[in-house]
Design a protein around this ligand. Structure first.
Ligand code: ADQ
Length: 454
């Protein structure tokens, strides 16, 4: 099997998933170093750590401003998460996005050997395949989008939307997290580009080119995560939580601090639960772990302030000398510690307003005790709901915009009998174990190498 070469531009769920993939298959991970420098000599920093070779370049302050904070995170991210109200449309940042993709293509091209597969990841790099083709690259190139693809009606609000999608048709294979995002993409190609789309195979024919689009739901690194659960660090974390919550039920949320994760709406739901069931306030402690992200983008500063305000209001109204109902922790933890926290929490609250997949939902279930599992409350708008949600089995699905729905789900989870908890856990765990990140990588790379149909 040829080596896979990845190009990635984000942290969080994506970074963890790709690390696992490259450890298993070999290859080179190319992307932005996360560092700023004005040096435009094209120097590539090659490093090998923990079985993975990375090749990174720095970006200038202007590139970071226009490309990363600008077009990627103030235009594409909000738009793809259906947040037109937060989407900025600036010509200059659009140009910066194209300029940086061109630069990435220029830098990565010499690293690519003849039989390499090239796998490009996420919304930061949508036009990279096109830029590589223009430079004469003939390798098979695949692209995977980790976030949702919005409905055509929303997507057409993006100036030059057609130009952006045309660049995506230079890939051989385009992957999405689930069928909903895939269908939206196919709909756009048919309706706006007039492309010929075969719904059954996902093959899109357009101006003599042929590209296949398909859903590949990403999974967690099951073995690695279970290994983390066996460490003393995980044990200590679980013990810390149990000791500090005592007889109360711990309910946990772990998210990057991002408006797509529905954090203020979640706090409203918890507030509604306390309002509707004041006699249960002493039964529950909610732990929200939310490390800051993208702090240079204004909408992220606003969401943080709002979350702090809402948490403060509820704690102000509901705390007693020996009870603080919401613990809000503004930092990250290791996967071992997270495993411990998940294991010790009888309710996992994962309620994004929109999410490509959401790996925290899968990690929460993976960390449960099969003999006494906790309950996953999951937004119906997370990509993961297609695999894990069902009215009577699996996760308890909620509408994250509705405080009443959240309140009702919390009550249901708190009082759920063991037999039902076990039934729901069993409905989810096999999928989470088998459809793991290794299976995801294998399937994508096999389809890319095979090129069936295109
Ligand atoms: P993210 O938006 O980052 O990922 P998610 O899928 O939940 O969201 O992944 C988050 C990862 O970061 C998980 O592995 C989690 O354990 C870790 N993490 C979160 N909060 C943490 C904390 N406080 N401390 C330490 N670790 C923390 C994007 C898309 C998702 C998609 C993934 C993968 O937005 O929809 O599932 O990529 O494709």
């Amino acid at each position: 099997m040829p080596k896979a070469r990845g190009a990635a531009g984000a942290q969080g769920g994506l970074a963890g998933a790709l690390n696992s993939a490259l450890k298993d298959r070999g290859g080179v991970w190319f992307g932005w170093s996360g560092q700023e420098s004005e040096d435009r000599t094209g120097n590539i920093n090659m490093q090998r750590a923990d079985g993975v070779t990375t090749a990174t370049i720095d970006l200038s302050a202007r590139d970071i401003d226009e490309y990363y904070n600008g077009y990627a995170n103030s235009t594409l991210w909000p738009l793809f998460h259906y947040r037109l109200d937060l989407t900025e449309y600036e010509r200059e940042t659009g140009k910066g996005y194209e300029r940086v993709n061109e630069r990435f293509a220029e830098c990565v091209q010499p690293l690519i050997e003849e039989d390499d597969l090239v796998w490009v990841h996420d919304y930061h790099l949508l036009p990279l395949g096109d830029r590589l083709r223009r430079r004469g690259l003939k390798n098979r190139i695949g692209f995977f989008l980790h976030i949702p693809w919005p409905p055509t009606r929303l997507f057409v609000s993006l100036p030059y939307h057609e130009r952006l999608v045309r660049t995506m048709l230079d890939y051989d294979l385009v992957g999405f997290q689930n069928n909903e995002w895939l269908e939206s993409f196919l709909h756009y190609c048919r309706k706006e580009l007039g492309a010929q789309v075969d719904e059954a195979t996902g093959i899109i024919r357009f101006e003599g080119r042929s590209v296949r689009a398909k859903a590949y739901p990403i999974g967690i690194d099951w073995d690695h995560f279970q290994g983390q659960g066996k460490t003393p660090e995980a044990d200590q974390a679980a013990q810390r939580l149990v000791n500090s919550t005592r007889e109360r039920t711990a309910m946990i949320g772990v998210d990057r601090l991002d408006y797509s994760k529905g954090l203020p709406e979640r706090i409203d739901g918890i507030g509604r639960f306390f309002d509707q069931h004041p006699e249960r306030v002493r039964d529950l402690v909610y732990i929200q772990i939310a490390p800051p992200s993208r702090e240079d983008v204004e909408s992220y500063q606003q969401i943080r302030a709002l979350l702090e305000q809402k948490t403060g209001q509820i704690n102000g109204a509901r705390s007693e000398v020996d009870l603080v109902p919401i613990r809000y922790v503004n930092r990250g933890y290791s996967h071992a510690e997270l495993y411990g926290f998940f294991h010790a929490s009888k309710i996992g609250l994962v309620t994004p307003l929109r999410d490509g997949m959401n790996l925290v939902a899968k990690e929460y279930v993976a960390a449960q005790d099969p003999d006494d599992p906790g309950v996953l409350i999951l937004s119906r708008f997370a990509g993961a709901a297609q695999q894990l949600g069902c009215d009577e089995k699996g996760a308890v699905l909620v509408n994250p915009y509705s405080p009443d729905d959240l309140s009702h789900a919390i009550l249901k989870a708190l009082d759920m009998p063991l037999a039902e908890r076990k039934g729901r856990y069993e409905a989810m765990i096999a999928t989470i174990r088998h459809d793991n990140v290794q299976a995801w990588t294998e399937e994508f790379c096999a389809d890319l190498a095979d090129g069936a149909g295109t």
